[in-house]
Design a protein around this ligand. Structure first.
Ligand SMILES: Nc1ncnc2c1ncn2[C@@H]1O[C@H](COP(=O)(O)OP(=O)(O)OP(=O)(O)O)[C@@H](O)[C@H]1O
Length: 637
């Protein structure tokens, strides 16, 4: 750095201010976690240094034993967390300690309700990491020197957490970062060595870096015995286990340690739902430790957000968010992958084309799906939690992962006419188990929402015959189901598409009745068809209705009205989807059409019946005003 950077005062990004306020209140009851967060950052900084040093010979200098040191100064009331990791340049400091990188945070914070604001789980989503220091400190000072930078090119950052911070160029004799917390008066417990040791034991045993504290003075020499001019050089000892958790044998790792490690790598404050730890030796050598979270992050819907595992090669940290090892639909899975087969100088580009990546990816997908299957099978309640949070994302797998489609399909859960509840609890396997002996298809109905699905006229015949129908109401359902034709050898059939086909469940009698009505009502059918014209592709006697006068059906393989609307809304070209209009000859309103009506009355009735059917199907009309006018005319006549 040639130019000296003078002391400067800056304002926090608005989101940081909001988050700081929120955090101090909502995390106060769990305030000790600040230490976990700062140690976690220090460990990440060491990982980054090891990685960067692969390309920068001078980064280690003569200080190659990476460690974290925690010291206190009772008189000054300060607690210091120091590391000799990568450190930060002035630009890093500006970019990292005054802003929040996650886009969408501001809008999300605006939307939080008052109760949500005191929910520490929500707060955890932002990786409040460094800022958590302000829960216990009324001033935080950061002194940092980037690896390779000169002694005089270090930077300090100081803030009281009240909207402003200052930065200044300083001298620092060693590489890395020191975080000095000026503890609030009421937080002096964090100056006590035993207290700090117990927190470190609880939260940071799994960090692969040694965390050191001054040796406890066990009364060897009293103050009086020391020579007056003796300079006491403090001795340090390691106070955590300091081995990377995933390298340890499964049987040696306690559940709490797995849980803490999850929090370290995911920056999630919740416990994970489950995990899967595997060491593989032989042709391929790797260790994977994958986790399923309990709660979805607020930006789960964003398919472009950073995702993936933390990648290590032979214990050396290579990168965060290595997305090459898991498909997008498994973006909820967090974890670590440590490979012995990839080169240390691997980059995202190399990963992209490597055969090793491909085989590691299929292994990770297998592990991840296996882990999800295990929860589904053995921990039904937990699985429901997982499904409610991540189900709609998992469904993307039907389209995205051809090889594992059947497996993904087995994990899906739905509402159905059997449970008569909006809660999605029914699996395809459950459905198959309940199928009627003559039934050979899995029937489903897609609608905008549960209420529409539940009262769809299409269900009438199925209800009458006691056949279960799966009800789907997620935006993604129709698209995703387009990729799933079969499950366990049974065809999936949307009941709003094509001719009614009940297979072995259809009786000859029903068929004959429809044929007979089609013949008898042929004039009416023609008249209705002539009037509706371009709006429909056909008019037919319905075999599926018993209570409603009419319904619309999309052509087999064609797009439903609902899907067409969704695609139009997404700005895509959609050919006009013309439905088939099916009428129920036994319904009084249909019979009335055949009676003494003027042409105008006939048209009003047909138009209203058609619009009603469209409304029941997709909840929307192209011209609602015309519908109301007609209806009013009929009502007042
Ligand atoms: N001890 C440190 N050494 C070097 N860089 C650090 C250190 N502590 C923090 N940083 C930098 O500051 C950034 C912000 O830290 P912070 O804890 O707020 O968020 P984060 O760690 O990125 O997010 P999260 O805690 O969710 O991971 C880090 O990403 C890192 O680049």
């Amino acid at each position: 750095m040639s130019e000296t950077i003078k002391k400067e005062t800056h304002s926090f990004q608005t989101e940081v201010k909001q988050l700081l306020n929120l955090m101090i209140h909502s995390l106060y009851s769990n305030k000790e976690i600040f230490l976990r967060e700062l140690i976690s950052n220090a460990a990440d900084a060491a990982d980054k240094l090891r990685f960067e040093a692969l390309n920068h010979d001078n980064y280690f200098g003569n200080d190659s034993e990476l460690k974290i040191r925690i010291t206190t100064d009772k008189e000054a009331g300060t607690l210091t967390i120091a590391d000799n990791g990568i450190g930060m340049t002035h630009d890093d400091v500006m970019n990292n300690l005054g802003t929040i990188a996650k886009s969408g945070t501001a809008e999300f914070l605006q939307k939080l309700t008052k109760e949500q604001k005191s929910d520490s789980n929500l707060i955890g989503q932002f990786g409040v990491g460094f800022y958590s220091a302000f829960i216990v400190a009324d001033e935080v000072e950061v002194r940092t020197r980037h690896a390779g930078a000169a002694e005089e090119d270090a930077v300090s950052w100081v803030s009281k957490g009240e909207g402003e911070f200052t930065t200044e160029q300083i001298n620092k004799s060693d590489r890395g970062t020191e975080i000095i917390l000026h503890l609030k008066e009421e937080e002096t417990e964090f100056l006590e060595p035993w207290r700090l040791r117990s927190i470190i034991g609880k939260y940071s045993d799994h960090i692969s870096l040694p965390v050191e504290m001054e040796k406890m003075d066990m009364g060897a020499e009293s103050e009086d015995e020391k020579e007056a001019d003796e300079v006491v050089v403090p001795e340090f000892e390691v106070v955590n286990k300091a081995t990377a958790l995933w390298t340890r044998a499964k049987s040696d790792v306690k559940d709490e340690e797995y849980q803490e490690f999850y929090k370290h790598i995911s920056h999630d404050f919740n416990e994970p739902l489950t995990w899967s730890h595997n060491k593989v030796e032989g042709k391929q050598e790797y260790t994977s430790l994958l986790y399923l979270p309990k709660k979805a992050p607020f930006d789960l819907g964003n398919r472009d957000k950073p995702r993936g595992v933390k990648l290590y090669v032979q214990r050396v940290f290579i990168m965060d968010d290595a997305e090459q090892f898991l498909p997008i639909y498994l973006r909820m899975v967090r974890g670590v992958l440590d490979s012995n087969d990839l080169p240390l100088n691997v980059s995202r580009e190399i990963l992209q084309d490597s055969a090793t990546t491909q085989s590691l990816k299929s292994a990770c997908v297998k592990r991840a799906l296996g882990m999800i299957e295990k929860v589904a099978k053995n921990q039904k309640e937990d699985y429901q939690v997982f499904w409610d949070e991540f189900g709609s994302v998992l469904k993307e797998g039907l389209a995205e992962d051809y090889a594992n489609r059947e497996k993904v399909a087995g994990l899906l859960r739905f509402s159905s006419t059997h449970t008569d509840s909006e809660k999605q609890t029914v699996s395809l396997a459950d459905y198959i188990e309940r199928m009627k002996p003559e039934q050979d298809k899995i029937y489903y109905l897609v609608a905008d929402n549960y209420a529409t699905a539940k009262s769809s006229p299409h269900l009438e015949i199925y209800r009458k015959k006691g056949i279960e129908v799966i009800l789907m109401t997620d935006r993604i359902d129709e698209w995703a189901m387009g990729y799933l034709n079969e499950f366990d050898g049974k065809k999936l059939q949307a009941i709003t598409q094509g001719d009614l086909d009940l297979g072995g469940l259809e009786s000859e009698e029903d068929k004959k009745a429809v044929e007979k009505a089609t013949e008898e009502k042929s004039d009416l059918i023609k008249k209705v068809k002539d009037y509706l014209g371009e709006k429909v592709s056909d008019v037919k006697i319905s075999a599926r209705l018993s209570e409603s006068p009419a319904c619309v059906v999309s052509n087999d393989g064609g797009m439903s009205l609902q899907m067409a609307r969704m695609m139009k809304a997404a700005g895509q070209f959609v050919p006009d989807a013309k439905p088939i209009f099916e009428i129920n000859p036994d319904h009084q309103l249909i019979q009335q059409l055949d009676g003494e009506l003027s042409q105008e009355q006939f048209e009003d009735w047909v138009a209203v019946l058609f619009d009603q059917a469209v409304l029941a199907d997709s909840g929307q009309l192209e011209d609602p005003a015309a519908f109301t006018q007609r209806l009013n005319r009929l009502l007042t006549r």
